[in-house]
Design a protein around this ligand. Structure first.
Ligand code: ADP
Length: 426
């Protein structure tokens, strides 16, 4: 068992490291995409500035010393560029030069043009240079914004700048999406592998427990049979009775274990169709305690029953409900060194609460969610030493749920556990 837990902790560590690596790759990918986007933005801005410089040269429209272009060009918004001009200019030739320069510097998206006259405070010319590079679906029909300045200027407005830049990044976006897909598939396979491993381990555990549960009583019975076969035993009636008692006890134990497995197999195959009748929970608990008397005596368990609710009636299946109580009591005794158990029944609203409290080894918080999984057993030496298949609680939960109820666990390692079953009163 120790090897199993080492193996599963190694797998858990592996899973944890893989998750970290995958998360790091995703973060790195996002940061990198953002960098590429910034770079593309910068390149677009530089191409527009080069276009304006080319335009100045083409139309000779500026007496400015345009080696200091940043003094001549203002960029109030991401999509907007203002370039100082000295008016008047021939706007037809300005537009045709501009078209030429834009193409020259590889800007293939719609460009809205405005020539602003500071004296009148408005555009004296506006137009649009349509680009075949702008896909119809992505077009935005935006009017060119008017920005009042004290100087005459040319406004260049690119309403589809962002889509255009993203389109330039298509290759990177698609390759990132593919990488993400690969990572998701990889994570899914890791998860599947881990689950498969967990199921394999629980299955191996089950086979181990099963063999252990059946091998020991069978060995004891064979040994007792050997002794009983000896003709000399006929002269020792008290020895004969002792060995017959051993055989009887072990046979009864085997019978109860077989019944447990059969019940489990029956319920697992989806056969939990039962009739309900009026059940007195106080009487049911007393019967469960009587059935468990041999175990209670063997373990010298101290059992306190607080059965004093005003309404102890439920609408339930007696045979299944007794299995619930017996399983909880059985566990409370099994997982306590010197068992002191308190069974309480209370009425809460239109529900009945049955709690089984023990002073046993307790359960760690992180294990509580696994308790009701079939074949689950806590791999702790002291818990593992007790016999069991790990099916009792999954069985209990199924029955309680089928009755419209709930089961809750409160526990503190080293101090004990309380299992609380809440069922609708009938
Ligand atoms: P089994 O007792 O046959 O192993 P169960 O399904 O009844 O199977 O319980 C599952 C596991 O939950 C047990 O192996 C044990 O580790 C833990 N457990 C159940 N009841 C208690 C309890 N009262 N105190 C401590 N541990 C418990």
């Amino acid at each position: 068992m120790v090897t199993l837990s080492i193996r599963s902790s190694a797998i858990r560590l592996g899973m944890f490291i893989s998750t970290l690596v995958i998360a790091a790759i995703i973060v790195f990918q996002l940061v990198w995409l953002k960098k590429v986007y910034r770079k593309e933005q910068k390149e677009f801005d530089q191409s527009v500035i080069k276009t304006i410089r080319g335009l100045y040269e083409d139309i000779n429209a500026s007496n400015y010393n345009y080696s200091h272009l940043n003094e001549l060009i203002e960029k109030p918004e991401a999509h907007l560029y203002l370039a100082r001009l000295i008016l008047p200019v021939n706007h037809d030739s300005l537009v045709s030069y501009l078209q030429y320069e834009l193409e020259d510097f590889g800007i293939f998206t719609d460009c809205h043009i405005g020539i602003y006259n500071s004296a009148s405070g408005k555009y004296i010319y506006t137009g649009v240079l349509k680009s075949a590079g702008t896909k119809a679906a992505k077009k935005q029909s935006s009017a060119i914004p008017l920005l009042n300045r004290e100087y005459d200027h040319l406004t260049l407005f690119f309403p589809n700048r962002q889509q255009y830049i993203l389109a330039q990044m298509n290759f990177w976006i698609i390759s990132s999406a593919l990488l993400l897909l690969v990572l998701i598939l990889f994570s899914a396979s890791l998860y599947y592998f881990y689950r498969q491993k967990f199921l394999n381990e629980t299955q191996k555990d089950f086979i181990h427990n099963f063999t252990h549960e059946f091998k020991t009583p069978v060995s004891v019975i064979s040994l007792a049979a050997e002794v009983l076969k000896d003709p000399a035993i006929a002269g020792k009636p008290e020895k004969l009775a002792t060995y017959a008692g051993i055989v009887e006890y072990q046979a009864a134990y085997l019978k109860s274990q077989t019944e447990k497995l059969l019940n489990f197999a029956y319920i697992e195959s989806g056969h939990l169709h039962f009739s309900k009748q009026r059940v007195n929970i106080h009487e049911l608990i007393e019967t469960a305690v009587t059935n468990l008397a041999p175990l209670i005596n063997e373990r010298k368990a101290n059992l306190t029953l607080e059965l004093n609710t005003s309404n102890p009636f439920l609408n339930a299946n007696k045979d299944y409900l007794i299995i619930v109580i017996m399983n909880l009591l059985d566990n409370a005794i099994k997982y306590s060194k010197d068992p002191k158990i308190i069974v309480t029944v209370q009425n809460r609203g239109d529900h009945i609460l049955v709690s089984v409290k023990d002073n046993g080894i307790g359960i760690e918080k992180r294990q509580i969610k696994n308790l009701f999984r079939k074949f689950f057993r806590i791999r702790k030496e002291e818990a593992y030493a007790s016999k069991g298949f790990g099916i009792g609680l999954s069985f209990v939960k199924k029955i309680v749920t089928e009755h419209g109820g709930r089961i809750k666990v409160e526990s503190e390692p080293g101090k004990g556990s309380t299992f609380i079953v809440e069922l609708p009163a009938g």
